[in-house]
Structures are given as C-alpha cells and as structure tokens.
Ligand binder design. Structure first.
Ligand code: TYM
Length: 312
C-alpha cells in the first residue's frame, strides 16, 4: 500500500514565494509517489478572517493556485476542510485529551500574546484541528515549512495520547521539511510571511513582483546583497549565481532585475495556466474531492467514535 502524503494551506490571501517553495512545490514534486491529499484549511483561516466575501474568494483563489502550480486533481484528493465535518469533530476529541498548559506552548499562540494581543479560542485550539486534519487520513508524511514543525509534533502527540488511552488507532506522522526551503526569507531577510509584510507574491503581475523585488532591503557594506541572493538561490544554483554576482558586484539594481526575470520565467507559464481556470471548475473539483475525503474520514471517525464510547 502506498504511503500517505497530506498538506494544507490557509486561504488567507495571495500565496507568496515562501508558501510555494516551502510547501506547495515540495507537494507538487512528491505527490505522484504517494496516496496524496491536499487541503484548503478554511476553518483555520477563520481564526483571522472575519469577512465572508474575502474568505469565499480566497478559497477559490488558493485552489486555482494549487492547480496552476501543477496539481492534477485526478491524482490527489483535493478538498476543503469545512466540507468534511469529521475534522472539527475529531479536533474536539483531541482537545479533551491534551492539557491547556500543553497548548499554551504553541508558537502561534505565544507570539500573539507576546504582541499584547488577545488570542481567540480558535487560535488556541488550532493545533488540535491541524492534528485532526493530518491523523484522520492515516498520514505518513506532511510536507511543510519549518514554521509548521511544531504543529506536526502536536499531531504526533495527539496520536500518541489517543493510542495510549484507547488502543492503537492513529499513525504518527512525520513532517518533511526540505533543506534550503524550510524558511524562505522575505524582502527584509526575516521569514517571508504575510504578517511581516515582506512577501513576494506567487501569482502577482510582473509589475507587482518587480515592485516587491526592488523593495528588497540591501546593505551596501557587504560583498553581495545577501537578501537578494537568499531569494535568488531558490531559482538558480550557487554555481550559476556565482558568475552573475561576481560580474555585477555592487550593481544591486542589475541583480534585482535578474532576479525579477528569473521569477518571471518560473511564474509566467503558471500565471497563464491559472487565468484559464474558472470558478465553476474549482467548485466541481472541490465537490468531487470532498466526497472522496469524506469517505475516508467517515470510516476513520466511525472507528474513533466506537473506541471513545459514543457509539452505543
Ligand atoms: P500556512 O497557510 O501559514 O502556510 C502554508 C505552508 O507554507 C509554508 N510557509 C513557508 N515555508 C517556508 N518559508 C516561508 N517563509 C513560509 N511561509 C509559509 C508553511 O510552513 C506551510 O507549510 N497550519 C498550516 C496549515 C495547515 C496544515 C494542516 C498544513 C492546517 N492543517 C495539515 C499541513 C497539514 C498553516 O497555517 O500554513
């Protein structure tokens, strides 16, 4: 039986190069070798998005992004989390197994508090919903960026706690974090993240991409503009970049323009493909994916309900 692969991205706005290189590309490169699942985690996005129109259009957009990036919906179960109510159901059961102090250690929750902001209960329980996402499908491997490592650890812990309490039920999943792309840097050198406003959009227009690249923070004291180079490395090998950066020492504008062209070479064909995908096609794909996901999640939840004692 082939091993199971699963990942998910939040429909929280335009995907950026960090999402692409950290999770989406690894998924696209790998999914053919596994029994694969790809999710739009819309209930996770509800922890931050409170506008129905925005959420609706983000959901459609992120599915288009997946398809444009090379996901064939006939070869993977592509679905929306909220279409499979077993996710929130299982999350509740895990919440009853883990302690508050354990959830208090989660980075996303701690970061929120550190900023002096109040976290909603959804954010606090977030890791258990993610554990349910992963464990419902007996997932072996979860391709993610480094920032999600702790969440996969939480999933392992939830599996472990359940298995100890009720007998062997869940597979303990492993994160797959690819070297060199675990933390894609943004335009200021920190992790690329929407909340840091340092992103380069994956499917922006050439102008939008150019604007973001021209805004990469450079420091003229060094041998080369490290923040430009760190992003450029995603597109070209060190050898290819060595001659380019040697020939253009100090010419940061030329190096940034070269980066824009390299991004464009990768993105333009995907952007064209994306423009041809209709909203109706997205709806059809999600409907078909939901049916398949529900069949799997439903069978697993029947076992879980029996084991915890709510099936009489
Ligand atoms: P999200 O939506 O924040 O990010 C989606 C994926 O993109 C990766 N990523 C990055 N990788 C490298 N460098 C970066 N700068 C960068 N920024 C983002 C993230 O690590 C992630 O893999 N909790 C998850 C969504 C989720 C999920 C799941 C993932 C919910 N359930 C089950 C896997 C399996 C999240 O918020 O990712």
């Amino acid at each position: 039986m082939s091993k199971r692969l699963l990942t998910g991205l939040q429909p929280s706005g335009n995907l950026h190069l960090g999402n692409y290189f950290g999770a989406l590309k690894p998924f696209v490169d790998l999914y053919g070798d596994y029994d694969s699942h790809l999710m739009v985690v819309d209930y996770h996005a509800l922890t931050t998005i409170k506008d129905a129109t925005v959420l609706r259009s983000n959901i459609v957009d992120v599915v288009k992004d997946y398809l444009a990036a090379g996901v064939d919906p006939n070869k993977v179960i592509l679905f929306k989390q909220s279409d499979v109510p077993e996710h929130t159901e299982l999350a509740w059961i895990f919440e009853c197994l883990v302690s508050v102090s354990f959830l208090e250690l989660a980075h996303a929750y701690k970061d929120k508090l550190a900023k002096g902001l109040e976290a909603n209960a959804g954010l606090f329980n977030y890791p258990m919903l993610m554990a349910a996402d992963i464990l419902l499908y007996d997932t072996d491997v979860v391709p993610v960026g480094k920032d999600q490592q702790q969440h996969v650890e939480y999933a392992r812990e939830a599996a472990n706690k359940f298995n100890l309490a009720y007998g062997e039920t869940f597979v303990e999943p492993k994160e797959m974090i690819l070297e060199g792309v675990g933390v894609v840097p943004g335009t200021d050198g920190a992790k690329m993240s929407k909340s840091y406003k340092n992103t380069i959009p994956l499917f922006g227009s050439k102008d939008e991409i150019a604007k973001a690249v021209m805004g990469i923070v450079t420091d003229s004291s060094g041998e080369r503009p490290e923040n430009v180079y760190a992003i450029h490395k995603l597109f070209k090998s060190d050898d290819e970049l060595a001659s380019l950066y040697e020939a253009n020492k100090g010419s940061y504008k030329i190096l940034k323009e070269a980066l824009i062209e390299d991004i464009e070479t990768l993105i333009a064909p995907m952007r064209d493909r994306r423009a041809d995908i209709t909203d109706d096609a997205v709806r059809d794909i999600l409907r078909a994916g939901a049916e398949k996901a529900r069949a799997r999640a439903g069978a697993k939840m029947e076992e879980v309900r029996r084991k915890v004692g709510v099936t009489i």
